[in-house]
Write a protein that binds this ligand. Sequence first.
Ligand code: NAD
Length: 489
Amino acid sequence: MSVQAIPAAIIGDTRVAGDVVQSVYDPANEDAVAQLQEADAAVVDQAVRAAVAGYAEWRTVSVEGRQKVLRQMADLIDTNADELADLETSNTGIPLAQAHGRHVKRAAHNFRFFADYIGQAEGQIYEQDPAFLTLVRRESVGVAGLIAPWNAPIALGGMKIAASIAFGNSCVIKPSEQASLGVTRLVEVLQQADTPRGVINLVNGRGAITGQALVVHPQVDRVSFTGGTTTGKAIMSAAGAHLKPCTMELGGKSANIIFESADFETALDGALLGIFTNNGQQCLAGSRILVQRSIADRFIEAFVERARKLRIDHPRSATVELGPLASAPHRDRVLSFAAQARTEGARVLLGGERSTKFDRGYYIDPIIIAAPSNDISACQDEIFGPFASILTFETPEEAYALANATKFGLVSYVWTQDLMLAMEAQERLESGVVWVNTPMMRELRAPFGGFKESGVGAEGGRACEQFYTREKTVTIRKSRAPLQRLGLG
Ligand code: NAD
């Protein structure tokens, strides 16, 4: 692949150049595939102004008109799916089959989902006092600033674009500086739909420069962020100074609880998927595996054996199960947790080193540790890689206590065939999502969001409607009865 220029911005349908600030590498072979240009505050301002102009027209488009455009966008994504998936894989190392079959497909699905959703909006009318009719209108809010991470750029960025424009807003998206190749092309593809100019805009660059300028821009009315917890706190503080509503989809350290009453093989399959899908780089990864002691030896042995056989390969291989990590610094960070776990008394059951299979690329072997306690860093910090920490427990009470002993609260996994136990567990677990006997089932009608330091707000049908619209209460007097009259002396 030749080295591409990633523009600093796409404003309306125009590519805007900027200073090159960094190279973008293919994690599979360490080749530079692109040069990233950066939008400074002035370019961000141009993009936001274009969004304001686009909004003036887009807000007047009927629901049917918006549905038509959203469906057109979904079709455009499908038509360009091969190219989008290819770029995503070149930039992130995500296995091509997953980039194609999950990420890009999901992005198209999101546009269709929101097209359907806005066609089913419900309203509120109140007539408590028969002399008045009170109705509640939902209006779009204006310009949404969308900030996305590198681990699923098209899927997560596409979700934010679809949700914000479906409810009549315009947007400016800033992908991660590490992974803007696919999202930049996605925006170009979406521009081919019949939208007013300026409804979708993109700015590229580093968080502290481009992202910060977007967050504090006075004409950005909403900030939707997906990324790390530390970044989320900084963005929310900056947005808070302007009283700007935010949603924060942040990090996780999710517990995957395997009770002795689980269907053993299904729980094993689910635990492997929960931590090794997407090269382990998922906010919702089941990274702390809690196994009931009566089945622990058997489960851990089987888990390690299956993980040992994971097919580490080039992300374009048809049979790859674990591709390279996204960058060299990230690979080194993930490996450093294995070294630290050893010093904290953990037994490393598998991996801990770079993979010897390839000379180039950011490949590592899957890592599994038996943790001496839930307090070690590998059980408390989000590692964001193919790294499973295993703990054992005796009773359900102990499992809930371990699961909840974290600052995060994104997702919990529960494996049991005992219905009452599943019901008890979902009640006791402190996370925004609980998956029972399934890994990673995303229901778009339901909110997806984290408790505690995993987030504020959520994404999903109604959750996005609430975030990307504002309610206006209109009260109309319908009685001819005279008002109380003042000033008559
Ligand atoms: P990150 O926080 O480093 O960066 C995310 C985005 O924020 C990037 O676009 C970055 O440029 C931007 N940014 C950084 N500093 C900024 C600032 N001061 N102002 C404005 N923007 C700024 O996250 P990452 O490393 O790209 O992604 C990995 C993280 O994302 C993990 O913690 C993961 O758990 C989280 N994540 C969460 C979800 C979820 O739904 N909860 C989904 C995917 C990823």
